[in-house]
Design a protein around this ligand. Structure first.
Ligand SMILES: Nc1ncnc2c1ncn2[C@@H]1O[C@H](COP(=O)(O)OP(=O)(O)O)[C@@H](O)[C@H]1O
Ligand SMILES: [Mg+2]
Length: 240
């Protein structure tokens, strides 16, 4: 079943009288339960595309349906509501709020999604335990290592049981061992049924996805499934 349908998406930024065409006619769909890596060099439009998929930004043109719901005519409030109910985000720089402790950070999206205080506390603790951070709820982000902060950020993303998990360079700020641990977690979440879109410029990370979409200059230049073995060749070409 298709969860995401993007049709003829374009994004144009205006700088003075200059137009920057960051996404040029991007169309693709993502099935429920899939694990898609979006790869491409810096500046190719990956984060812009993730912001569209995450309903953080609207395309200049084109249509986007999430779980069969057309989003293009929605108000900002409706978009925020849909986002808060359905999408979990993981960012390169973790984006935890520094004044809140780990537990409060994990609770935050549940506040927006309308959970009661009791539910929030219980579920935040449960999520932190799932990520091996059960003892760290009272720690501020500055008291945690990068890997621990990313675990808290993943717990936060999972707190609302999102139908879609979006990760933009989730291992980019981590040392390679911690990065591998975070990647293992993402793989496990997909095995457990979560739909995942992972953005990375690193072919070694992308090779763990089930499907690899390559972006260049705002266009999809290839789209292959890993099972066929084709993705290996695409990723080696990126390496070369
Ligand atoms: N808000 C913005 N205003 C103007 N230009 C932007 C904005 N966001 C991104 N860009 C430009 O769009 C291009 C693609 O950016 P981005 O999607 O962040 O690429 P990637 O994530 O692949 O590195 C870059 O040239 C970037 O400078
Ligand atoms: Mg980016």
């Amino acid at each position: 079943m298709e969860m995401i349908q993007l049709r003829n998406i374009t994004k144009v930024y205006k700088r003075g009288d200059q137009e920057l065409h960051v996404l040029k006619d991007v169309s693709f769909s993502i099935d429920k339960g899939d694990f898609v890596a979006i790869i491409g060099p810096s500046g190719s439009g990956k984060s812009t595309l993730m912001n569209m998929i995450g309903l953080l930004d609207a395309p200049t043109n084109g249509t986007y349906s999430l779980d069969g719901v057309a989003t293009e005519k929605m108000s900002d409030n409706q978009l925020a509501q849909l986002r808060n109910q359905k999408i979990g985000f993981i960012f390169q720089q973790f984006n935890l709020l520094p004044r809140l402790n780990a537990m409060e950070n994990v609770e935050l999206p549940m506040i927006y999604a309308g959970f009661s205080k009791k539910e929030r506390r219980q579920r935040a603790q449960q999520m932190l335990e799932l990520l091996g951070m059960g003892e760290r709820g009272h720690h501020k982000p500055s008291e945690l290592s990068g890997g621990q902060q990313q675990r808290v950020a993943i717990a936060r993303a999972l707190a609302i049981s999102p139908s879609l998990l979006l990760a933009d360079e989730p291992t980019g700020a981590l040392d390679s061992r911690t990065g591998e641990e975070v990647l293992e977690l993402v793989i496990r979440l997909n095995r457990e049924g979560n739909t995942i879109v992972l953005i990375t410029h690193d072919p070694n990370i992308a090779r763990h996805a089930k499907r690899v979409v390559s972006l260049r200059d705002g266009l999809i230049i290839s789209d292959v499934r890993n099972e066929t073995g084709e993705a290996g060749a695409v990723l080696e070409a990126v390496h070369a």
